[in-house]
Design a protein around this ligand. Sequence first.
Ligand SMILES: [Zn+2]
Length: 247
Amino acid sequence: MNNEHLAAVRKWYPDALTSIDTVNRLLDTVEKRLGLKPHQLMHADSMCCDDVNAIQYPPRALEMLGPFHMGGLNGYPFAGITGMNAFAHHVPEDGAVLIFYAPHIGISKEGIIGEISRIGQSANSACCGAAKGALGKLAADQIIEGNITSLDFQMNTIEQIFLHQKERILNAENRIFEATEVMYEAIDDRIEVLVKHTGYPCRYVILVGGIFINGDKEMGSFCQYKKFEVIEMGSGKRESLMGEYYL
Ligand SMILES: [Zn+2]
């Protein structure tokens, strides 16, 4: 990773940091504000099951308990209420649940968005492949309203999300960038609903939402936060930690 790579990413995501810096700042902010160490945090993530996310997962995140994986294709929390309830009951009583959720998108070192160079491959490939697939079907008018099958449930769900924002995505200056924004909003909405329906036997729930950016094989990954909020379970009070995160 060098500054050129971060510059390529920041053309699209001006506040992006490397995922190593992202996790360091996250854990530092949580410790400073809430006095909690990583081993007191039950970490759940909602990220795409793409293997590149496993390869580029920031190692320091593993200092937290977990992760419990909520995500399926492109980070939508397909594990639903059952998933949310499961890890909520694994949390240390004096600790917190920390939920990180993000759709992902590739940016190559040349700054091309929606694709990356993967290990052992000579040509670039789509990233997120599911988002690009759904976008292709949207542009070709091939998505049928309400069509969700058991054979391809997750993909069909993403297709429906895009279909409901068809004009916005197809008229955007960059369609895959915009589709990823749409995906973030859908994930964020769903996470908020799931959190509302779950009881957490701990002090805090920390919500961290953003865009996870995969670089080419030699670049590593990056992240731009969109939300970093802490909810105090006793009072229900909610506070943003974005200011401190970016200090
Ligand atoms: Zn993906």
